[in-house]
Design a protein around this ligand. Sequence first.
Ligand code: MN
Length: 440
Amino acid sequence: MTYAINETHDPNLRSWVASANDPNTDFPIQNLPFGVFLPPGENELPSIGVAIGDQVLDLSAVAEELWAEDFSDEIADACTMDLSLRWILSLDVHQLAELRQRISKLLRAEASDHERAVAEAALLPMSAVQMLLPTEIGDYTDFYASVYHATNIGKMFRPDQPLMPNYKWIPIGYHGRASSIVPSGASIRRPVGQTMPDGATTPSFGPSKVLDYELEVGFFVGQGNPQGQPISLSEAEDHIFGLCLVNDWSARDIQRWEYQPLGPFLSKSFATTISPWIVTTAALAPFRAAAFQRADSDPQPLPYLDSPENRERGGFDIRLEVLLTSEQMRQQGMAPHRLSASNTQDLYWTFAQMLTHHTSNGCNLQPGDLLASGTVSGANDGSQGSLIELTERGAKPFTLPTGETRRFLEDGDEVILRGHCERAGFRRIGFGECRGIVMG
Ligand code: MN
């Protein structure tokens, strides 16, 4: 079901929203990601939106006008009964497929005059609205699924054994902090914390000097599972509602001192930024990929984490990049400087495997939980998804177009994550941006 390609993916579909037909837009009619926005003006309430070109369709308004006459319409209810995506996240895959069809038809060039009039009245320019978190995020788990990232980091601390013996058997993760997740655009306060500088014998307390980003992709859980009832790998895809970009800001000096033996804590929990539009798994159907090709010398996953379907198309082909602007660059009107590019195909574990492993002990996931991939780094130079890898712990600083150099993030730096999918025979779709400026 989640892999199904249907008429909503037809590359020839055109929308009556002109900007959606621009070949470079992240949000053509084949995408239709969900988000929650605050309209301009005073005393406005948040509403559920769908991105289309450079516009936002107020889905709640459309559902109220076109679908709410039928009192048994659960899909209309999900679009109108809450100021977040909570109810939509709880729909089953068949209902979600129908909702996608309805929105697609409404925005197509062939829409009826009445439908078009209703939808036109519910459009707002994206530049005029404020994007909020898409839902209340009950729990946030961050994985460590890029074997290249794990190897790059492991090498710094254990040159002879970069990967721990468990790495190729279980998707490694830690329990992140949900309360400090913010939408793109929110500024990030440099965290203060305890560190043990090289050569010191007692720790210091003060602002982090080694602030980093992590380029990640996250997914929102749709329907959850009752406690004690694991989600099998064959069912896992039906519980993955959609994906967004994630910046897991990391204070490396705090992390280095605190992380043993229980993992990251305050080095990560001060802030995590997500892109505000959730690109659904349905929209991503044309961009599925084989799971990571394991070397012959690697173990195969245990049976509960393995299936032919997961091997064949459990992965996603999403092209990612990280860009940076310094305050000086912005003052001089310079374009963002690209630091790296990578792809989710480089993840050693699929999202379905992460979700199944997460519930395998009986842990219950809930609609709106966020699970993230961990830093997405590739095998080659220029594909490292964090500065600690790019600059080799600061040993190899790089130069910005202004001549400024960077080892780690300075105050005023803005980190911009972007992601998109393209494949012959399909329309390019994108994720929009995940931005955050570091404040001192
Ligand atoms: Mn991370």
